[in-house]
Design a protein around this ligand. Structure first.
Ligand code: NAP
Length: 253
Protein backbone atom coordinates (compact mmCIF):
# COMPACT_ATOMS: atom_id res chain seq x y z
CA UNK A 1 0.00 0.00 0.00
CA UNK A 2 1.43 3.39 -1.04
CA UNK A 3 0.53 6.25 1.28
CA UNK A 4 0.49 9.89 0.17
CA UNK A 5 -0.24 13.11 2.04
CA UNK A 6 -1.57 15.97 -0.10
CA UNK A 7 -1.43 19.43 1.46
CA UNK A 8 -4.43 21.03 -0.17
CA UNK A 9 -6.86 23.91 -0.28
CA UNK A 10 -6.76 24.24 -4.08
CA UNK A 11 -8.60 22.81 -7.08
CA UNK A 12 -5.40 21.03 -8.18
CA UNK A 13 -5.07 19.37 -4.79
CA UNK A 14 -8.60 17.99 -5.14
CA UNK A 15 -7.86 16.77 -8.66
CA UNK A 16 -4.65 15.13 -7.45
CA UNK A 17 -6.44 13.40 -4.56
CA UNK A 18 -8.99 12.04 -7.03
CA UNK A 19 -6.28 10.66 -9.34
CA UNK A 20 -4.29 9.07 -6.51
CA UNK A 21 -7.42 7.68 -4.87
CA UNK A 22 -8.23 5.84 -8.12
CA UNK A 23 -4.86 4.02 -8.16
CA UNK A 24 -4.71 0.46 -6.81
CA UNK A 25 -3.18 -0.12 -3.38
CA UNK A 26 -2.97 3.60 -2.70
CA UNK A 27 -4.11 5.60 0.29
CA UNK A 28 -4.37 9.37 0.00
CA UNK A 29 -4.94 11.76 2.88
CA UNK A 30 -5.72 15.38 2.02
CA UNK A 31 -4.97 18.06 4.56
CA UNK A 32 -6.92 21.32 4.75
CA UNK A 33 -6.15 24.34 6.92
CA UNK A 34 -9.77 24.74 7.99
CA UNK A 35 -9.93 28.42 7.02
CA UNK A 36 -12.96 28.26 4.73
CA UNK A 37 -16.35 27.74 6.35
CA UNK A 38 -17.70 25.32 3.73
CA UNK A 39 -14.66 23.82 1.97
CA UNK A 40 -14.96 21.79 -1.20
CA UNK A 41 -13.86 18.39 0.05
CA UNK A 42 -11.55 16.09 -1.91
CA UNK A 43 -12.21 12.36 -2.28
CA UNK A 44 -10.32 10.01 0.00
CA UNK A 45 -9.43 10.71 3.62
CA UNK A 46 -9.41 14.31 4.79
CA UNK A 47 -7.90 15.89 7.90
CA UNK A 48 -8.53 19.51 8.85
CA UNK A 49 -6.47 22.04 10.81
CA UNK A 50 -2.85 23.09 11.26
CA UNK A 51 -0.25 20.55 12.37
CA UNK A 52 1.35 22.82 14.95
CA UNK A 53 4.50 23.63 12.98
CA UNK A 54 7.15 21.70 11.04
CA UNK A 55 8.26 19.40 13.89
CA UNK A 56 4.70 18.23 14.46
CA UNK A 57 4.14 17.78 10.74
CA UNK A 58 7.35 15.74 10.56
CA UNK A 59 6.14 13.56 13.45
CA UNK A 60 2.83 13.05 11.61
CA UNK A 61 4.63 12.05 8.40
CA UNK A 62 6.64 9.44 10.29
CA UNK A 63 3.75 8.16 12.43
CA UNK A 64 1.47 7.72 9.43
CA UNK A 65 4.29 6.19 7.32
CA UNK A 66 3.69 8.39 4.28
CA UNK A 67 5.76 7.44 1.23
CA UNK A 68 5.66 11.01 -0.06
CA UNK A 69 4.06 14.36 0.65
CA UNK A 70 2.78 16.69 -2.07
CA UNK A 71 2.56 20.39 -1.32
CA UNK A 72 -0.41 21.33 -3.49
CA UNK A 73 -1.29 24.43 -1.50
CA UNK A 74 -1.97 27.84 -3.01
CA UNK A 75 1.12 29.62 -4.42
CA UNK A 76 0.72 32.32 -1.75
CA UNK A 77 0.34 29.94 1.22
CA UNK A 78 3.94 30.59 2.28
CA UNK A 79 4.00 29.29 5.82
CA UNK A 80 2.62 25.82 5.15
CA UNK A 81 4.98 25.42 2.17
CA UNK A 82 7.98 26.37 4.31
CA UNK A 83 6.73 24.06 7.03
CA UNK A 84 6.30 21.18 4.54
CA UNK A 85 9.88 21.64 3.29
CA UNK A 86 11.30 21.56 6.82
CA UNK A 87 9.10 18.66 7.91
CA UNK A 88 9.94 16.55 4.86
CA UNK A 89 13.63 17.09 5.57
CA UNK A 90 13.25 16.21 9.25
CA UNK A 91 11.16 13.11 8.52
CA UNK A 92 13.16 11.97 5.49
CA UNK A 93 9.93 11.92 3.47
CA UNK A 94 10.16 12.80 -0.25
CA UNK A 95 8.42 16.09 -1.09
CA UNK A 96 7.00 17.29 -4.39
CA UNK A 97 5.41 20.68 -4.98
CA UNK A 98 2.41 20.95 -7.30
CA UNK A 99 2.28 24.59 -8.38
CA UNK A 100 0.18 25.87 -11.27
CA UNK A 101 2.14 28.27 -13.51
CA UNK A 102 1.69 31.99 -12.91
CA UNK A 103 -0.14 34.29 -15.32
CA UNK A 104 1.64 36.01 -18.22
CA UNK A 105 1.04 39.50 -19.48
CA UNK A 106 -0.49 39.66 -22.97
CA UNK A 107 -0.82 42.33 -25.65
CA UNK A 108 -3.24 44.97 -24.45
CA UNK A 109 -2.50 44.40 -20.75
CA UNK A 110 -1.22 47.14 -18.45
CA UNK A 111 0.22 45.26 -15.48
CA UNK A 112 2.20 46.70 -12.59
CA UNK A 113 4.17 44.05 -10.69
CA UNK A 114 4.70 44.51 -6.95
CA UNK A 115 6.35 42.37 -4.27
CA UNK A 116 3.53 42.40 -1.75
CA UNK A 117 0.16 43.84 -0.77
CA UNK A 118 1.72 46.89 0.87
CA UNK A 119 3.40 47.63 -2.46
CA UNK A 120 0.05 47.24 -4.19
CA UNK A 121 -1.62 49.70 -1.81
CA UNK A 122 1.19 52.21 -2.37
CA UNK A 123 0.64 52.17 -6.14
CA UNK A 124 -3.08 52.86 -6.06
CA UNK A 125 -3.02 56.69 -5.89
CA UNK A 126 -1.39 56.87 -9.33
CA UNK A 127 -3.64 54.25 -10.93
CA UNK A 128 -7.25 54.71 -9.90
CA UNK A 129 -9.98 55.65 -7.49
CA UNK A 130 -12.31 52.65 -7.69
CA UNK A 131 -10.48 49.41 -6.96
CA UNK A 132 -11.50 45.78 -7.54
CA UNK A 133 -9.57 43.95 -4.81
CA UNK A 134 -9.32 40.18 -5.33
CA UNK A 135 -6.38 39.25 -3.11
CA UNK A 136 -8.35 37.33 -0.48
CA UNK A 137 -9.50 38.28 2.98
CA UNK A 138 -6.26 37.72 4.90
CA UNK A 139 -4.27 40.62 3.46
CA UNK A 140 -6.95 43.30 3.69
CA UNK A 141 -5.29 45.25 6.54
CA UNK A 142 -2.68 46.40 3.98
CA UNK A 143 -5.45 48.50 2.38
CA UNK A 144 -7.12 49.71 5.57
CA UNK A 145 -5.69 53.24 5.37
CA UNK A 146 -6.32 53.68 1.64
CA UNK A 147 -8.70 56.50 0.69
CA UNK A 148 -9.90 54.80 -2.52
CA UNK A 149 -13.24 52.99 -2.86
CA UNK A 150 -12.94 49.17 -2.95
CA UNK A 151 -15.02 46.32 -4.27
CA UNK A 152 -13.63 43.54 -2.04
CA UNK A 153 -14.26 40.01 -3.27
CA UNK A 154 -13.51 37.02 -1.04
CA UNK A 155 -14.90 33.60 -0.11
CA UNK A 156 -15.77 34.23 3.55
CA UNK A 157 -16.45 37.51 5.40
CA UNK A 158 -13.18 39.26 6.35
CA UNK A 159 -12.20 40.54 9.80
CA UNK A 160 -11.49 44.25 10.26
CA UNK A 161 -9.54 46.40 9.65
CA UNK A 162 -10.94 47.04 6.18
CA UNK A 163 -10.75 50.10 3.92
CA UNK A 164 -13.17 52.76 5.13
CA UNK A 165 -14.96 52.92 1.77
CA UNK A 166 -15.79 49.46 0.44
CA UNK A 167 -18.44 47.05 -0.70
CA UNK A 168 -18.10 43.36 0.09
CA UNK A 169 -18.80 40.65 -2.46
CA UNK A 170 -18.74 37.08 -1.13
CA UNK A 171 -18.07 34.65 -3.97
CA UNK A 172 -15.65 31.83 -4.72
CA UNK A 173 -15.62 31.36 -8.49
CA UNK A 174 -14.94 30.04 -10.98
CA UNK A 175 -15.64 33.32 -12.75
CA UNK A 176 -16.66 34.06 -16.36
CA UNK A 177 -15.67 36.86 -18.70
CA UNK A 178 -19.24 38.20 -19.04
CA UNK A 179 -19.61 38.14 -15.26
CA UNK A 180 -16.32 39.96 -14.66
CA UNK A 181 -17.04 42.54 -17.38
CA UNK A 182 -20.42 43.16 -15.77
CA UNK A 183 -18.84 43.71 -12.34
CA UNK A 184 -16.16 46.08 -13.64
CA UNK A 185 -18.74 48.15 -15.52
CA UNK A 186 -21.40 48.14 -12.80
CA UNK A 187 -18.96 49.39 -10.17
CA UNK A 188 -17.04 51.72 -12.53
CA UNK A 189 -13.77 50.00 -11.56
CA UNK A 190 -10.63 51.76 -12.75
CA UNK A 191 -7.94 49.50 -11.26
CA UNK A 192 -7.77 45.75 -10.45
CA UNK A 193 -5.54 44.26 -7.74
CA UNK A 194 -4.71 40.54 -7.84
CA UNK A 195 -2.12 38.05 -6.68
CA UNK A 196 -0.35 36.07 -9.41
CA UNK A 197 -2.39 33.03 -8.44
CA UNK A 198 -2.35 31.52 -11.94
CA UNK A 199 -4.77 28.99 -13.38
CA UNK A 200 -7.99 29.34 -15.38
CA UNK A 201 -10.57 29.49 -12.58
CA UNK A 202 -9.97 33.12 -11.64
CA UNK A 203 -8.29 34.49 -14.78
CA UNK A 204 -11.42 35.97 -16.42
CA UNK A 205 -10.87 39.21 -14.45
CA UNK A 206 -7.60 39.71 -16.35
CA UNK A 207 -9.36 39.30 -19.70
CA UNK A 208 -12.07 41.71 -18.58
CA UNK A 209 -9.48 44.29 -17.45
CA UNK A 210 -7.72 43.99 -20.83
CA UNK A 211 -11.01 44.44 -22.70
CA UNK A 212 -11.80 47.59 -20.72
CA UNK A 213 -8.18 48.93 -20.68
CA UNK A 214 -8.10 48.82 -16.89
CA UNK A 215 -4.65 48.67 -15.25
CA UNK A 216 -3.86 45.65 -13.07
CA UNK A 217 -1.61 45.53 -10.02
CA UNK A 218 -0.16 42.01 -9.79
CA UNK A 219 1.49 40.75 -6.61
CA UNK A 220 4.50 38.53 -7.35
CA UNK A 221 4.65 35.01 -5.97
CA UNK A 222 6.88 34.19 -3.02
CA UNK A 223 10.08 32.36 -3.94
CA UNK A 224 9.87 28.59 -4.32
CA UNK A 225 11.71 26.28 -1.93
CA UNK A 226 14.26 23.58 -2.84
CA UNK A 227 11.84 20.71 -3.61
CA UNK A 228 10.98 19.81 -7.22
CA UNK A 229 8.08 21.89 -8.55
CA UNK A 230 5.70 20.31 -11.06
CA UNK A 231 3.06 22.32 -12.92
CA UNK A 232 0.17 19.86 -13.16
CA UNK A 233 -1.51 16.85 -11.65
CA UNK A 234 -0.49 14.44 -14.41
CA UNK A 235 3.21 15.13 -13.85
CA UNK A 236 2.89 14.65 -10.10
CA UNK A 237 1.07 11.34 -10.52
CA UNK A 238 3.72 10.21 -13.01
CA UNK A 239 6.56 11.20 -10.69
CA UNK A 240 4.98 9.40 -7.75
CA UNK A 241 4.14 6.22 -9.63
CA UNK A 242 7.17 5.92 -11.93
CA UNK A 243 9.71 6.27 -9.18
CA UNK A 244 7.88 5.05 -6.12
CA UNK A 245 10.88 5.36 -3.79
CA UNK A 246 12.35 8.59 -5.09
CA UNK A 247 9.69 10.93 -6.49
CA UNK A 248 12.05 13.89 -6.16
CA UNK A 249 14.54 12.27 -8.55
CA UNK A 250 11.84 11.35 -11.04
CA UNK A 251 10.90 15.02 -11.16
CA UNK A 252 14.41 16.03 -12.15
CA UNK A 253 15.75 16.80 -8.68
P1 NAP B 1 -0.31 29.75 5.37
O1 NAP B 1 -0.28 31.15 5.82
O2 NAP B 1 0.77 29.26 4.50
O3 NAP B 1 -0.40 28.75 6.61
C1 NAP B 1 -0.67 29.18 7.93
C2 NAP B 1 -0.82 27.95 8.78
O4 NAP B 1 -2.05 27.28 8.49
C3 NAP B 1 0.25 26.92 8.54
O5 NAP B 1 1.43 27.22 9.27
C4 NAP B 1 -0.44 25.64 8.99
O6 NAP B 1 -0.50 25.58 10.40
C5 NAP B 1 -1.86 25.88 8.51
N1 NAP B 1 -2.11 25.33 7.18
C6 NAP B 1 -2.12 25.99 5.99
N2 NAP B 1 -2.45 25.18 5.00
C7 NAP B 1 -2.65 23.97 5.56
C8 NAP B 1 -3.04 22.70 5.05
N3 NAP B 1 -3.30 22.51 3.73
N4 NAP B 1 -3.16 21.67 5.92
C9 NAP B 1 -2.93 21.85 7.24
N5 NAP B 1 -2.57 23.02 7.78
C10 NAP B 1 -2.44 24.06 6.95
O7 NAP B 1 -1.72 29.42 4.66
P2 NAP B 1 -2.84 30.41 4.14
O8 NAP B 1 -2.27 31.34 3.14
O9 NAP B 1 -3.58 30.91 5.33
O10 NAP B 1 -3.77 29.38 3.36
C11 NAP B 1 -4.55 28.44 4.09
C12 NAP B 1 -5.09 27.41 3.11
O11 NAP B 1 -5.90 28.07 2.14
C13 NAP B 1 -3.99 26.66 2.37
O12 NAP B 1 -4.28 25.29 2.45
C14 NAP B 1 -4.06 27.18 0.95
O13 NAP B 1 -3.82 26.16 0.00
C15 NAP B 1 -5.49 27.72 0.84
N6 NAP B 1 -5.57 28.94 0.00
C16 NAP B 1 -4.76 30.02 0.27
C17 NAP B 1 -4.85 31.14 -0.54
C18 NAP B 1 -3.95 32.34 -0.32
O14 NAP B 1 -4.04 33.31 -1.11
N7 NAP B 1 -3.06 32.33 0.66
C19 NAP B 1 -5.77 31.18 -1.59
C20 NAP B 1 -6.59 30.06 -1.82
C21 NAP B 1 -6.48 28.94 -1.01
P3 NAP B 1 0.58 24.79 11.28
O15 NAP B 1 1.81 25.61 11.27
O16 NAP B 1 -0.10 24.70 12.62
O17 NAP B 1 0.77 23.44 10.65
Amino acid sequence: MRRYLVLGGTAEARALAEELHALPDTLVVSSLAGRVRRPRLPVGQVRVGGFGGPAMLAAYLVAERFDAVVDATHPFAERISASAAQAAELAGTPLLVLRRPGWTERAGDTWHWVDDLVGAAALLPELGERVFLTTGRQGLPAFAECPQWFLVRCVDPPEPPLPARHELLLDRGPYTLPGELGLLREHRIDVLVTKDSGGPLTSAKLDAARDLSIPVVVVRRPAAGPAPVLPDVAQVVRALTESADHPGRAAGD
